[in-house]
Design a protein around this ligand. Structure first.
Ligand SMILES: [Cu+2]
Length: 148
């Protein structure tokens, strides 16, 4: 029973384990995750960026060493067809958060070194205009994605 409780506690541990930056102020990145993949063609990373500074911030780029290429993408539907646009930068207003989530913004990884397996973690570095480079630990989930 005790083991079961511990397992549950771990399961529902706050995703703030993946948060970076100062508590309550500064720039924080939370809930970074990617679905497992069976192939190495591509993967999408989702996360939430929270800007608790007093300044407008810009996400200027992304990088990782687990893939040949990383880009900021936005999925959107045009005439019934989903397409992905490359975004060169994204603004995040003071006091606002920007969610990267399925069907919207995501970090597209192309040419993975190996398929992503559930339970893996890897690092993606976000490049901000003011805050500079922020490494983020990404958790690889099952096909259901991050359980909230
Ligand atoms: Cu994409």
């Amino acid at each position: 029973m005790r083991y079961l409780l511990l397992a549950c506690a771990l399961l529902f541990t706050s995703p703030s384990v993946y948060a970076h930056g100062e508590e309550g102020h500064g720039l924080s990145i939370e809930k970074a995750w990617a679905r497992k993949t069976s192939r190495t063609v591509s993967a999408a990373v989702y996360l939430i960026i929270r800007n608790d500074t007093h300044n407008l911030e810009y996400l200027r780029g992304v990088s990782t060493d687990i893939a040949d290429n990383a880009m900021i993408h936005q999925s959107r539907e045009v005439d019934g067809i989903m397409r992905m646009d490359h975004m060169s930068e994204l603004p995040i207003a003071p006091g606002e958060s920007l969610a990267f989530e399925p069907g919207g913004y995501h970090i597209m990884l192309m040419g993975l070194n190996k398929p992503l397996e559930q339970g893996d973690v890897f690092t993606v570095t976000l490049d901000f205009e003011n805050a500079g480079q922020k490494p983020v630990i990404v958790e690889v989930t099952g096909l259901m994605g991050l359980q909230q």
